[in-house]
Design a protein around this ligand. Structure first.
Ligand code: ZN
Length: 193
C-alpha cells in the first residue's frame, strides 16, 4: 500500500545495529516508490514539498501509534490528514468498458501536491473502509515497522516472521540461556561458601 511504504521510508535497521536512515533523502527512492504504485514521478521535490511528505508521514505514524493502543487518533493529526487530502483535488468520472463501469479520478493539479493527496487518500481509505484495529507496529523494538495484519485470527506479531520473528526468537532463546547460566553460577558460588 502507498501509505505503508511511505511509513517504511523512515528506516531503522531491524537487526539492531542502530543504523537508521531517512530514505526520502536517498536519491532514487521516491522515483522507485511511485513506480511501484503506478504514479508519475513529478521530478525532484522542492525542500517544501519534501517537508510536506515528511509531515504527512509523521501524522500517519502518530495516528497508527494511537490506534494500536486502542486510543482514538488525535484530532490534530486527522486535521493534517484532511489538509493533505485537500492539497490535490481530483475530478471523478464514470468510464465504461465492456459494459462495466469504473470510477476514475483525474488530478486537478499534477506534481507533488497530488502525490501527497494520493498517500493521504490511501491511508484514509484504510481508516474508513478497512479495519483500523488490524494496524500493528512490529514487535521487534529495533524495527517498529507498521503493517496491516491480514491473518484470520489477528495474530501477526512481526512485520516479517522470517526476519523479525526469527530474530526475536533467537534473542529470547539467548536471554533464557544467559538467565539459566547466571542462575547456575549463583547456585554454584553459594554452595562454595
Ligand atoms: Zn519488523
Amino acid at each position: 500500500m502507498l501509505w505503508e511504504n511511505l511509513l517504511k521510508s523512515d528506516y531503522h535497521d531491524w537487526r539492531g545495529s542502530g543504523h537508521s536512515e531517512d530514505l526520502l533523502d536517498k536519491p532514487g527512492w521516491l522515483e522507485q516508490w511511485l513506480a511501484i504504485h503506478n504514479l508519475p514521478y513529478p521530478g525532484t521535490p522542492s525542500a517544501e514539498e519534501l517537508d510536506d511528505l515528511k509531515r504527512l508521514r509523521e501524522h500517519m505514524l502518530r495516528i497508527v501509534q494511537k490506534l494500536t493502543v486502542r486510543e482514538s487518533a488525535d484530532p490534530a493529526d486527522i486535521h493534517e490528514l484532511n489538509r493533505a487530502l485537500s492539497s490535490g483535488p481530483i475530478i471523478l468520472h464514470i468510464a465504461e468498458s465492456d459494459s462495466d463501469y469504473r470510477l476514475e479520478s483525474t488530478p486537478l493539479r499534477a506534481g507533488w501536491p497530488r502525490i501527497v493527496a494520493e498517500v493521504a487518500a490511501s491511508f484514509g481509505r484504510l481508516l474508513a473502509e478497512s479495519d483500523p484495529s488490524r494496524l500493528r507496529i512490529c514487535g521487534n523494538p529495533d524495527c517498529l515497522v507498521v503493517y496491516y495484519d491480514e491473518t484470520r485470527n489477528h495474530s501477526k506479531r512481526f512485520c516479517d516472521d522470517k526476519a523479525c520473528g526469527n530474530l526475536m526468537k533467537v534473542r529470547r532463546f539467548r536471554a533464557r540461556q544467559k538467565a539459566a547460566k547466571t542462575d547456575g553460577s549463583q547456585i554454584h558460588s553459594t554452595s562454595e561458601t
